[in-house]
Design a protein around this ligand. Structure first.
Ligand SMILES: [Zn+2]
Ligand SMILES: [Zn+2]
Length: 379
């Protein structure tokens, strides 16, 4: 086993359940102690300094830490991504990615390693929007704390003005071979992590890591028609890759809040509208406010029953990245009056007397219910 395989928690001298704060202070203390500047010419200190950085790099990241807890060092030997980030990428690569913003490739020039470099981790950001915002779309800004390529060293991890030298462990190949039983196993060089070079003197700003945590403000464009579960990918806005490697992506997970009036099923909106029993019996027209704020006129056919659904085409939610809108479904509730004037009672009694069931069988059920409700009322 090579020296890099010391348990990360042991390296940082913390327990396995140490929280971020404990980790950070343990890392700072040890990084100070083993910093090459404090131990000039001591290769043991230099090696330990690198190990500490490597351990902290993994444990400070919840995804990587979880992968490490589960798989140990093996999680990071296939060029990162083997653990959390890669799996996540695969899972995300499907329908939910509705668009991709290509931002300037600030990181593009850096790196250029000998093998495929491990890219930075993908990040998740949860965003709540109202149904109206989901209808219209929304442009907003978010600020997140995310690791970015260190400026003074351009992500190389080497103190500006100092150079890198070819890794002696792997002679610059980035990979080492080891006999394991009958097999020869090739894996990423533990000394240079596959880069083929090692840093002589770590950059002071980033401790040799090539990246630093910084708040970042991002423009988020929420298109019309998003739903809970829609993900927006901001390409390259995830965590910076180590040593100038490409950054990961940022995924905005959308959650649409419940609405007081409308329920939603895909592009269909559903609303419940109470009408008076006279409108139900005689028919008429009502107006209700739509999700776009416009009033919608609804024709009520005479004799409509409670629970009946009417459909207004094109008054639902917009199709995400498409044309047109879904439908609005109006579910009718017939309200039985609870306060009647003497005159109204008189009219209803008159109506009741005409109900012999012969002239209009369709409306018979309706008036039976009125009668039942009436009886309940007078008990
Ligand atoms: Zn730096
Ligand atoms: Zn190497």
């Amino acid at each position: 086993m090579s020296a890099t395989e010391i348990d990360y928690y042991e390296l940082l001298e913390v327990s396995r359940d140490a929280d971020d704060k404990v980790l950070k202070s343990a890392y700072r203390k040890l990084a100070m102690r083993y910093h090459p500047d404090k131990n000039p010419g001591c290769s043991d200190s230099e090696a330990r300094f690198k190990q500490i950085n490597e351990a902290y790099d993994v444990l400070k990241d919840p995804q990587k830490r979880a992968a490490y807890d589960q798989y140990g060092h093996a999680a990071f030997q296939q060029g990162m991504g083997g653990g959390g980030a890669g799996g996540m990428g695969a899972e995300f690569g499907d329908i939910g990615d509705i668009f991709e913003s290509i931002f300037g490739s600030a990181f593009g020039g850096a790196g250029g390693g000998r093998q495929q470099q491990r890219r930075g981790a993908d990040l998740r950001y949860d965003m709540e929007v109202s149904l109206e915002e989901a209808f219209r779309g929304k442009q907003t800004e978010i600020t997140i704390e995310v690791s970015q390529t260190c400026e003074p060293c351009s992500g190389s991890g080497a103190e500006p003005g100092t150079s890198k030298r070819t890794c002696q462990m792997c002679a610059g190949h980035g990979k080492v071979r080891a006999q394991q039983g009958f097999f020869v196993v090739e894996r990423t060089c533990p000394t240079c992590h596959g880069r083929g070079e090692v840093i002589e003197k770590p950059c002071r700003s980033c401790g040799g890591e090539g990246r630093v945590d910084m708040p970042q403000t991002l423009q988020v464009d929420v298109p019309p028609g998003v739903d809970s579960g829609t993900r927006i990918r901001l390409s390259g806005k995830g965590e910076a890759g180590p040593f100038g490697a490409p950054p990961g992506d940022l995924y905005i997970f959308l959650h649409v809040k419940r609405h007081k009036v409308f329920e939603r099923d895909g592009t269909t909106l559903i609303t419940r509208v109470p009408i008076t029993f006279t409108t139900a019996a005689l028919g008429g027209s009502i107006e209700i406010p739509g999700i776009d704020g416009e009033m919608i006129a609804i024709d009520i056919p005479a004799g409509i029953q409670s629970g009946k659904q009417l459909r207004k085409r094109g008054s639902g939610m917009p199709v995400l990245q498409g044309r047109g809108r879904g439908d609005l479904v109006i579910e009718i509730t017939v309200e039985t009056p609870t306060k009647l004037t003497a005159r109204q009672k008189e009219l209803l009694r008159e109506l009741q007397e005409t109900e012999t069931g012969e002239e209009c069988p369709q409306s018979k059920g309706f008036f039976d219910r009125i009668k039942d409700a009436w009886n309940d009322l007078t008990e």
